[in-house]
Design a protein around this ligand. Structure first.
Ligand code: TXA
Ligand code: MG
Length: 433
């Protein structure tokens, strides 16, 4: 199958808007996403939407977190197409992406009852459980996935939930994603658009590198995804509520929301001090994940206390001809302090840039006595910047054929750092304190 990357031509601020609402309900601004006719005829967007409606081959599209691989969540054949293209185990459920709350409410209650004047239901009639209302009004549209009870009859393909009694739903912050969902006229089941076990894709090229020949279309926004790590998955149907996967929204932010003060971590990733045993509740959290081909060695403590030892190890461990990738996050010195001979120009080569000014530069050095090379990549100390560039950095060092990648950890924290460390622990073959 030929795989095409198709570029959106409509400017972001013309992709659509939420309908103005007369109601004072905190959720009503998200009731209805409207796509103007001119945007509906954007050649790339309309072609992608047509593929989603008429074929069973998934379409890759950008969201604010990572690229998703979307299919009409109501058609089994289309959802099966996702598992086939990714090589994903079928017991790992998919997140359902909606363009507005109307679409979500229609899923939860196929026949709407008493609605308010602007079409949004009265609080007590709302099929969206009340516990989620303050969370939705704080974080949607955005990188947060909520677990909802499966309605009966269930309007989605059974393959979406992989046999569970709940489904995950998300209203993405990306207007492009919302307009695609709206034009496809269906909720989209969409996992990250990487081949199973690989780092998630944050650019159209990453998707192409993994899935060329397996899908027909990759919708390209022309920019890397802003957040860079996936959505936070929360379950508010249990008491206390839990975070099942850390992501773009921090547990600290969630705990500031009414009704969510007691939110606990419901995932395990080998963090210091966590309990062991019991199986993970988000099925996806048990798989090997986010892995480049190179062996990843994660230094949890980052720059603290390992410098001298690390620089010594690198020179000793690296056999002739080997390539060591280094991902730094503010503490380590270039080439982890090993005296290297510079290869190429001093500024290295730019591999990715974006509007927010993040640029990944790889600076290549030759180890003493020709023992090998070090590819040095600095993500900076701002943890949002680290999240933004993380998957791209792992993929770039893979592309440059690093044999081993040494990563400087960022320390856990309650914010997006928890997501960064979670992904790194899953990518790592070796974790050093
Ligand atoms: O940011 C994101 O969430 C991206 C973009 C494309 O939206 N999507 C994404 O999907 O990361 P995926 O399939 O790669 O990860 C979904 C995670 C998995 O860990 C899965 O097990 C969990 O969400 N999940 C989905 N439905 C669930 C459910 N009903 N119960 C528990 N966990 C669920
Ligand atoms: Mg994924």
């Amino acid at each position: 199958m030929e795989t095409r990357i198709i570029q959106i031509t409509t400017p972001e601020d013309q992709l659509g808007h939420f309908a103005p609402s007369a109601s004072s309900s905190p959720l009503s601004p998200l009731t209805k996403w409207i796509v103007p006719p001119a945007t509906a005829s954007d050649p790339a967007l309309s072609l992608a939407a047509q593929h989603l409606r008429e074929t069973s081959i998934p379409v890759a599209f950008p969201t604010e977190t990572v690229y998703g691989l979307g299919a009409d969540a109501t058609r089994s054949a289309a959802v099966k197409g996702i598992y086939a293209a990714k090589g994903r185990p079928s017991d790992n459920p998919l997140i359902v992406h909606v363009c507005d709350l109307d679409m979500l409410r229609n899923l939860l209650r196929p026949t709407p009852s008493t609605n308010g004047t602007d079409g949004s239901p009265h609080e007590e009639d709302d099929p969206i459980p009340a516990i989620y209302h303050p969370l939705i009004s704080t974080f949607w549209p955005g990188p947060l996935t909520i677990l909802l009870p499966m309605p009966n009859p269930f309007p989605l393909a059974p393959e979406v939930t992989a046999g569970l009694h709940t489904f995950g739903a998300r209203l993405p912050a990306s207007p492009l994603a919302r307009s695609l969902i709206s034009l496809a006229n269906a909720p989209l089941a969409a996992p990250s658009a990487n081949a199973s076990t690989r780092p998630s894709p944050t650019s159209a090229q990453h998707v192409y590198d993994d899935l060329a020949g397996k899908i027909a279309l990759i919708l390209d926004s022309g920019e890397p995804c802003g957040v860079g790590v996936e959505s936070t998955v929360v379950d508010g149907l249990c008491d206390p509520p839990v975070v099942l996967r850390p992501g773009g929204v921090g547990i600290d932010e969630i705990r500031r929301v009414e009704g969510w003060e007691g939110t606990e971590r419901g995932y395990k990733d080998g963090r210091a001090g966590e309990a062991v045993g019991s199986k993970p509740r988000a099925p996806g959290m048990k798989y090997k994940h986010y892995s480049p081909r190179a062996r990843v060695v994660l230094y949890e403590a980052g720059g603290k206390g390992v410098m001298g030892g690390l620089s010594g190890k690198v020179s000793v461990e690296v056999a002739a001809g080997k390539r060591v990738g280094v991902i730094r996050t503010g503490g380590w010195e270039r080439w982890v302090g090993v005296a290297c001979e510079m290869v190429g120009d001093v500024d290295g080569r730019e591999v990715a840039g974006d509007e927010d000014g993040l640029t990944l530069k790889v600076v290549e050095g030759r180890l003493p006595e020709g023992a090998g090379r070090i590819l040095d990549l600095d993500l900076g100390e701002d943890v949002k910047g680290v999240a933004h560039g993380l998957f791209s950095a792992l993929r770039e060092l893979d592309r440059r054929e690093a044999d081993v990648i040494l990563v400087e950890g960022v320390g856990d924290g309650d914010g997006i750092a928890a997501a960064v460390m979670n992904r790194l622990r899953k990518a790592a073959s070796v974790i050093k304190a």
